[in-house]
Structure formats: structure tokens, C-alpha cells
Design a protein around this ligand. Structure first.
Ligand SMILES: [Zn+2]
Length: 479
């Protein structure tokens, strides 16, 4: 089987995918459209860069590449487009009264299984990472006639039989493991320049750079020797591909003892119910900006989002949590309370000595909007026990001497601490954060439109100011 090129023309260059965590299955909900019709529809009617899927499978089983291993536009939620592939199967695979219904063909199931199995191998995934679009979004896609169980069973069979041929073990040659994507990308690029077929694999919380995978250990060793000669620190990871669905890598941590597992489960349960403050972002700043805009935010609040995400990543604090809090504290940057916008105080932070809530001078003034963001992050550091960045503001020290300093883990715990109201944390979650997280990632095209709209708005504002100025000038001349 092979993947054919579709030769589509895009409005601009496609963005390579940085990682792949899932493979979504779709149908176009049209009985006869093929690659070109879908591409035209997405480009002309929707105004996108072009067809949103990464691959397409015709009723006869032919497989085509659309965006290929580039960022698609097929699952808007939770920035899935940045971290998944989307295979579309020709037809209207949903049984309803529209009269458009078509069956999924045997050829489509077979090709779909082959393609998914191939991508699973390429990206170190498992059969469980094959998902229907409707599993993460409120949609009937890929339709109730999509033969998911059969497709998964066939993909599993393919992976298993290949594993058998290779003595049930696959030996991967790695030349590095990194917590940061950029570092992995640098090594991969360097290796590619030296002629290696390097690619990046995603593990649970780090990235590995691999230059090959072999059924026979001696082949892996040969390549490893060569890479070692080129100055790389090499590592061979051998993974069983036996009947077990999700084989553990031999280099993975040993299973923790049962008691610890129990405790972990308890903690996991707790995590699920509560909202952690620290950790990686669960939303992008684009999503946050769209949400802020929907909620009538001031432009200064929309513009500050990117900085929140920058500090969040740097400090291991969820930026969307703090951004939601800032929305609550400043009424989306409209500053309807006592603190004026010139204070650049995004989080209602008081001066060291404190003072009444209705006294603007009892609140900290920061030199720039960014200084206000840094202080917001530093302030939360005193709560969660992280190191601040740069010299912290006065109030930070007031928090540091409380009994609970450094012990706060969840947004729910901010009540009666950050603010007097006991439901303060819940309000951040229910009135702000949940809505932010539910806001779909804007399409690339949407963002561009937004940017040009902002530019036009800025020009209009500047012209208005100019006209006002001219009016004054003209009046003066008259006198
Ligand atoms: Zn879909």
C-alpha cells in the first residue's frame, strides 16, 4: 500500500506538526466528494488555507495525502490540530433521514487500518490513540456507520504480525532525550544535516530524537556505532511488540509498589476533582484571546495574553488559570473597580502594608503591563511554593510569612486567602476558566482576519485623534 500525493495548491506554506498524540477519523458528510472538492470547499467557502484533513481515503481504498504531516484544521478543540492527524474517509457515513447515507467499504477499513498502523509506528503511538472526531468534540463525525472496531482490530493485527516477524521486539536508536521540544528539534536537525533519517518521538513528558528502528538488534547496533562515531551519545531502546497492547519500554521506570499506586490513584482522583494551579497550559493564548474578545475584553487585556503564556511556560504555572483570575480582578482589563489601568496591576495585588479595598493607593503600582504580569506570577509563587522571577514586589513577602505559604495547590484554595470571599477560587473556575477552556482554538485564518481588523481599528483611532487635533488647530486659527 502507498500514500499518494494529491498535488493541492495552498494559500501559504503549511506548518509542520511538532508532535502527534492521536489520529482522528472523520467523514466529510458528503456522499461523493473527493480530495479536490473538499480542498476547494475549505479554501473557498470557509476561507481556510485549504483542505483541513491530513489524509483522505477513497471508497476504493486509495490513500491520499492532503496536509500530510502538517498542522491540519479538523478538530478545533483543545489545540488538537497542533498535536494530531486527521484521516477523512470518503462518504456520508451516518445513517439518518437525509438520503445521503453511504456505507463504509471493506477497502476503506483495510486502507484505514494500514494507514493508522503505519502512523502508529511512525509516531510511537498505540491502537488506543485511534479516535473518532466525536470522542473529543460534540459531533456525529465520523458517523454511526464508521466501522471503528473492525478498523482498530485490523490495525492491531498488522502491528502484531510485524512485531512477530521482528522477533516481537523493536530496537530504536536514540541520540538524545529532552524536556524541551526546541532542544530535540535542534539535535534532529543537526542529525538530518549529517544524513541521518532523524525524527522526534513523544514520550509521556519528554521528547526523544530517533534515527532508526529495527527488528534485528545487530542492525540497530551498526547504526548506533556509526552515530557514536559522529559524536552522538547513543541509546538503544528495545521494546516488545508482543500481544500486550501497550508494552512498557525496558528503560521505563519500574512499576511503583502497590501502596504507592493506591496513593497515586487517590491523588489522581483529587486532581480530577480540583483545579491545579501549577503544570502545563491546557489552553493556548489564541484560545484565551478569543475567549476574552467574546467576553468584551479591553484590547490591553487581549494583548497581554501572550505574556501570560510566556511566563507560564517559563515558571510551570498554568497561564490560563492566572489569565482567568486577571479577567475577574480587572473585569477583562476594563478596570471597573478602584484600581486604574495605569497601575498595571492585573491581579488586585495590594502594597506590602495592605489597606482598604476601596483605596487605590493600597494597591501596588507596576511600571509596565509586563511588570504587572511578572508580579502576578511571583505572587502566586508565594502561594504554590515556586521560585519567583526577579525581585518580587512587597506583598510577596507578606504572603511568605503566612502559615500556608508554599502549600497551596488548587485554585479552590485561593478563597479567603487571595481575597476575603471563601468562594473566590470557585468563581475563577466557574465564571471564567471553564468558559476559557471550552473556547475552541481559532483557525489560522481567523487569527489573520483578527489581526488585520485590529490594524484597521488602530488606524481609525489614530485618524480620529488627528482630526480632533486638526479641529483644535483650525479653531485657534480662526480666533
Ligand atoms: Zn470530523
Amino acid at each position: 500500500m502507498e500514500i499518494k500525493k494529491a498535488n493541492l495548491s495552498w494559500r501559504r506554506a503549511l506548518t509542520p506538526l511538532k508532535r502527534v498524540e492521536k489520529i482522528f477519523q472523520h467523514h466529510p458528510a458528503h456522499p461523493s466528494w473527493g480530495v479536490q472538492e473538499i480542498h476547494d470547499d475549505h479554501q473557498n467557502r470557509l476561507g481556510w488555507n485549504g483542505g483541513g484533513y491530513t489524509h483522505f481515503i477513497y471508497r476504493n481504498g486509495d490513500i491520499y495525502e492532503m496536509r500530510g504531516e502538517h498542522q491540519g484544521a479538523h478538530v478545533g478543540r483543545d489545540n488538537w490540530n497542533e498535536r494530531s492527524l486527521g484521516i477523512c474517509y470518503q462518504g456520508y457515513l451516518h445513517n439518518d433521514s437525509t438520503g445521503n447515507t453511504t456505507e463504509m467499504t471493506n477497502e476503506q477499513v483495510k486502507s484505514g487500518a494500514w494507514l493508522n498502523a503505519k502512523l502508529i509506528k511512525d509516531y510511537d503511538l498505540t491502537v488506543d490513540d485511534i479516535a473518532g472526531h466525536g470522542e473529543v468534540s460534540a459531533t456525529a463525525c465520523p458517523g454511526n456507520l464508521f466501522r471503528m472496531d473492525e478498523l482498530k482490530a485490523q490495525a492491531k493485527q498488522l502491528l502484531k504480525s510485524e512485531g512477530k516477524e521482528q522477533d516481537d521486539t523493536i530496537h530504536r536508536v536514540q541520540i538524545g532525550a529532552y524536556s524541551k521540544w526546541e532542544n530535540a528539534a535542534n539535535t534532529a536537525e543537526d542529525a538530518q544535516d549529517k544524513g541521518y533519517d532523524a525524527y522526534i518521538g513523544t514520550r509521556r513528558d519528554y521528547y526523544v530524537v530517533q534515527i532508526g528502528a529495527f527488528g534485528e538488534l545487530k542492525n540497530a547496533t551498526a547504526l548506533a556505532d556509526q552515530a557514536e562515531g559522529d559524536g552522538y551519545e547513543i541509546y538503544i531502546s528495545s521494546q516488545a511488540l508482543g500481544p500486550a497492547e501497550q508494552p512498557e519500554e525496558k528503560d521505563a521506570d519500574p512499576e511503583p509498589p502497590e501502596e504507592e499506586q493506591e496513593q497515586e490513584k487517590e491523588e489522581e482522583k483529587e486532581e480530577k476533582e480540583k483545579t491545579p494551579i501549577t503544570g502545563r497550559a491546557k489552553a493556548t493564548y489564541r484560545q484565551a484571546q478569543k475567549w476574552a474578545k467574546n467576553r468584551g475584553a479591553h484590547r490591553r487585556f487581549i494583548e497581554i495574553a501572550e505574556l501570560y503564556w510566556g511566563y507560564g511556560e517559563q515558571m510551570g504555572i498554568r497561564p490560563e488559570v492566572l489569565y482567568a483570575q486577571a479577567a475577574k480582578e480587572t473585569a477583562f482589563g476594563n478596570y471597573t473597580g478602584v484600581v486604574p489601568p495605569t497601575h498595571n496591576n492585573w491581579a488586585g495585588i495590594k502594597i506590602r502594608e495592605g489597606g482598604p479595598n476601596n483605596d487605590p493607593d493600597a494597591h501596588e503600582k507596576f511600571d509596565t503591563p509586563e511588570e504587572g504580569v511578572r508580579a502576578h506570577f511571583n505572587h502566586i509563587c508565594a502561594y504554590v511554593g515556586k521560585e519567583p522571577i526577579g525581585e518580587p514586589h512587597g506583598r510577596y513577602k507578606t504572603v511568605m510569612v503566612t502559615a500556608w505559604a508554599g502549600t497551596i495547590k488548587y485554585v479552590e484554595e485561593l478563597g479567603a486567602r487571595w481575597a476575603p470571599a471563601s468562594g473566590y477560587g470557585e468563581s475563577i473556575i466557574n465564571d471564567y476558566l471553564n468558559d476559557l477552556l471550552d473556547t475552541p482554538e481559532p483557525e489560522e485564518e481567523e487569527i489573520e482576519e483578527e489581526t488585520s481588523k485590529n490594524l484597521v481599528e488602530a488606524i481609525i483611532e489614530a485618524m480620529k485623534n488627528l482630526i480632533e487635533l486638526l479641529k483644535k488647530f483650525i479653531k485657534k486659527e480662526e480666533h
